[in-house]
Design a binder for this molecule. Structure first.
Ligand code: UDP
Length: 237
C-alpha cells in the first residue's frame, strides 16, 4: 500500500454529490458510491475530515429560496448539511469506519458540538470527522467551512471533489482548446480570474497556505489517489 502524502486532509463534497439521478434529496445509490470512494481513501491511512454541502436539499442564496428571508434561508441550508452529514455517518459506520459528526450549530442529540481540539483527537484515533452545520453563520458557504476547518485543524490540503477534473484555462464545455492546469499558483488564479471556490474560501486558503486540490469525484479511486498525492486534478498552492 502506498503511503499517504498528507498526514491530515479535509475532503469537501458538495451536496449535489448525493443527488444521483434525483433533482432533490439523497439518492441511496449515490450515497453508496461515495461511501465506497471514501472507504478507499480512508484505508490509505491519512487522517480524514469531511465537509459536505447541503445544495441537494436547500441552498440559501438560490432562486428557489428568494422569497424567504436570507438569514432564515441560510440557516435552513446549514441544517441541510447536518442531514447530509448524518446520512454519510450512517453509511460509513455500516462499513465499519468509525466517525464523529461535529456541528457548528448545536444539535447535541444528533452530533457533537464543533470543538477543534476534540476533532483533532478523533482524527488521531483514525475516526473520520464530519463537520456539519457550515461555520454556523449565514452568508457563508460550505467551501468556506472546508477552508476554515482545514486551517483550524492543521490540514495540509483541502481536497475539493467536484464534477470537473480540474481547473482549465477556459470553460472546456464552451472552448475545445481549453487546457487543464496540473498545478497553479493562488496569485495566478486570481490574476486570470479563474473561478475555483468562492472568494472567502479562496482567500482563507491562500492567506493560510492551505493547498487546494480540485479533482473529479466521479472517477473511481480518485479520492484515494488524491490522498496518496498522485497526479489528479489541479493543485493550487
Ligand atoms: N450555509 C451558510 N453558512 C455556512 C455554510 C452553508 O449559510 O457556513 C448555507 C447556505 O445557504 C448554503 C447552504 O447552507 O447555500 C448549503 O451549503 P452550500 O451551498 O455550500 O452547499 P453545496 O453547494 O456544497 O452543496
Amino acid at each position: 500500500m502506498t503511503e499517504p502524502k498528507y498526514r491530515r486532509v479535509v475532503l469537501k463534497l458538495s451536496g449535489e454529490a448525493l443527488l444521483g439521478k434525483q433533482t432533490h434529496g439523497i439518492s441511496t445509490d449515490a450515497l453508496r458510491r461515495i461511501t465506497t470512494e471514501i472507504e478507499k481513501a480512508y484505508h490509505v491511512g491519512a487522517q480524514l475530515a469531511i465537509v459536505i454541502g447541503g445544495g441537494n436539499i436547500w441552498r440559501g442564496g438560490s432562486d428557489e429560496a428568494a422569497s424567504i428571508n436570507r438569514v432564515t434561508a441560510d440557516n435552513m441550508g446549514m441544517l441541510a448539511t447536518i442531514i447530509n452529514s448524518l446520512a454519510l455517518q450512517d453509511a460509513l459506520e455500516k462499513r465499519g469506519i468509525p466517525t464523529r459528526v461535529q456541528s457548528a450549530i448545536e444539535v447535541t442529540k444528533l452530533a457533537e458540538p464543533y470543538i477543534p481540539r476534540r476533532a483533532a483527537r478523533h482524527l488521531e484515533k483514525k475516526r473520520v470527522v464530519i463537520f456539519a452545520g457550515g461555520i454556523g453563520s449565514p452568508y457563508f458557504t460550505t467551501d468556506t467551512t472546508a477552508a476554515l476547518r482545514s486551517i483550524e485543524i492543521g490540514a495540509q490540503v483541502l481536497l475539493k471533489a467536484t464534477k470537473v477534473d480540474g481547473v482549465y484555462t477556459d470553460d472546456p464545455k464552451k472552448n475545445s482548446k481549453a487546457k487543464k492546469y496540473s498545478t497553479l499558483d493562488f496569485n495566478e488564479a486570481i490574476s486570470k480570474r479563474l473561478k475555483i471556490m468562492d472568494t472567502s474560501a479562496f482567500t482563507l486558503c491562500m492567506d493560510n497556505k492551505i493547498a487546494v486540490l480540485v479533482f473529479d469525484l466521479n472517477v473511481p479511486g480518485n479520492i484515494a489517489r488524491a490522498v496518496r498525492g498522485e497526479k489528479v486534478g489541479t493543485l493550487i498552492k
